[in-house]
Write a protein that binds this ligand. Structure first.
Ligand code: GDP
Length: 462
């Protein structure tokens, strides 16, 4: 591989920013951690370099360097920084893809040290194993451990060689417990206070998302891991036509329907023709504006977004273009440039077709907010041997009730709704036709609610 200088714009090949996702059990501190990273980065760095409100947050290497002080020597790295996906959780991790793989290149699994491994922690590890995504464990809420003293300058020195009988603090004990779980899962683990010897192990970084203690260490370990293991994958042809993933479809005053996207390859320009995955079919349109947040200092007086001429991977961007109403979260965005548009449409279609949902003549109806979530729910339903008659992205509408009411089995007269709205006339019709609508934004709970309903029907039939 050729030598790269990240800032050398004359060279078409460049190293892009690794994309980071945050996973973990509910209430273990994912949102707080992301807020802290965003907040600290904004206070410590040049605010202009931080992107906000477009579904992802870029933290440049220079800012990580400032936050981490003597932990990081920016000249040791040639990756340009880290790009965090703002929506934490398994759902966003699984639904956001790039060319069939996970959109995120690396993940943080947040574990509340006082609560330990929980079902969604296991789930997160399963997902990361399946997608072969490297990760690091944030052992969160250390500030709640009795005896924890954030002003104590002495770093907690710990290594896997240390014997349990020498465990001195409650925190050590809990960290050992975490590491024990990781080993049970087949991972080898080590943990760090001040990063010194990152080896080929899972990093467990003790921290407090609330106070910020340990957050620079986390960023340092992430940077180190990325530099060491992801560098080759981060080499892209920056000048090539941009490829990205839709994070969210939003309305933006003055721009109509826009999409928030993460560009993970090439460059998108303000005059590009693009193809975006849509609810019915790929949308072919022309970029009207590329928007990125203004430097925070200017936001109070000026408009929140500024127009930019181009955005190179990896970066978040808000894209304004005609005809985006049917754009789909989780779907691909592709720049057409110098290629026949048919080729790009076929590419987008192929990517969407890779998401397969098996449907039967008899079964329930599933409606979900993204293709990825539809796929996740469908595969869980298949495991539970619950047949699906129709699976679609979109709100629950009267026509879905019409489909559900054709089911022969009373237990199949049901709609599972995930992350979507249920239209008022659909509710009325469902009441009238005795079709059950179940909604939840946690997949296993959605299916559990439905299963309870099935049990109730079966019991009443006996
Ligand atoms: P999420 O569901 O994983 O996104 O968890 P949240 O970030 O919403 O956090 C759940 C609760 O834990 C909130 O009340 C947070 O204030 C609290 N919390 C998160 N991180 C910490 C931490 O490091 N220390 C303490 N004491 N509380 C925390």
């Amino acid at each position: 591989m050729a030598e790269h200088t990240p800032h050398d714009t004359n060279e078409s090949s460049s190293l892009r920013t690794p994309i980071v996702a945050v996973l973990g059990h509910v209430d273990h501190g994912k949102t707080t951690l992301l807020d802290k990273i965003r907040g600290s980065a904004v206070t410590e760095g040049e605010a202009g370099a931080i992107t906000q409100h477009i579904g992802s947050t870029a933290v440049p290497l220079s800012v990580i360097g400032e936050m981490a002080g003597d932990l990081v020597d920016p000249t040791d790295f040639d990756l340009p920084g880290l790009l965090f996906i703002d929506t934490p959780g398994h759902h966003s991790f699984s639904t956001l893809r790039s060319r069939g793989g996970a959109l995120a290149d690396i993940a943080i699994v947040v574990v509340d040290v006082t609560d330990g491994f929980q079902p969604q922690t296991e789930e997160a590890l399963d997902i990361l194993k399946r997608t072969q995504t490297p990760f690091i464990v944030a052992a969160n809420k250390v500030d709640t451990i009795p005896g924890w003293n954030p002003n104590d300058d002495q770093p907690i020195q710990a290594s896997k060689d240390r014997q349990p009988d020498r465990v001195q603090s409650d925190l050590d004990e809990r960290l050992y417990e975490l590491i024990g779980h990781l080993s049970d899962e087949g991972f080898s683990a080590d943990f760090y206070w001040r990063v010194q010897n990152f080896q080929n192990n899972i990093g467990v970084v003790p921290l407090s998302a609330l106070t910020g203690e340990g957050v620079p260490d986390l960023l340092t370990v992430l940077m180190g891991l990325s530099q060491r293991y992801l560098k080759e994958e981060m080499a892209i042809d920056v000048a090539g036509p941009g490829a990205g993933t839709v994070l969210e479809v939003t309305d933006e005053r003055g721009f109509g329907t826009t999409i928030d996207a993460v560009v993970y390859d090439g460059t998108i320009r303000a005059d590009d023709q693009i193809v975006v995955g849509g609810l019915e079919e790929p949308i072919v349109t022309e970029v009207r504006a590329l928007l990125q947040p203004r430097p925070l200092a200017e936001i109070r007086t000026e408009k929140e977004f500024e127009k930019v001429d181009s955005v190179a991977a990896a970066a978040g961007v808000k894209i304004a273009a005609p005809d985006l109403d049917d754009a789909m979260a989780g779907a691909p965005v592709r720049v057409v440039r110098d290629r026949p548009v048919e080729e790009v449409i076929a590419e987008v279609e192929a990517e969407l077709a890779a998401v397969e949902v098996q449907t039967e003549e008899e079964g329930i109806v599933v409606k979900a907010d993204t293709l990825g979530s539809l796929e996740a729910i469908s595969s869980t339903l298949a495991d539970e041997e619950i047949p699906i008659m129709r699976a679609e992205v979109g709100d629950v509408a009267p026509r879905d009730i019409r489909v559900a009411e054709t089911a022969n089995e009373p237990t199949h007269r049901a709609i599972l709704a995930f992350g979507v709205d249920i239209l008022d006339d659909a509710v009325a019709l469902a009441d009238q036709e005795d079709v059950g609508i179940f909604e939840h934004d946690v997949i296993y709970q959605l299916i559990e609610d439905y299963s309870e309903h099935v049990t109730a029907i079966e019991e009443s039939q006996q």
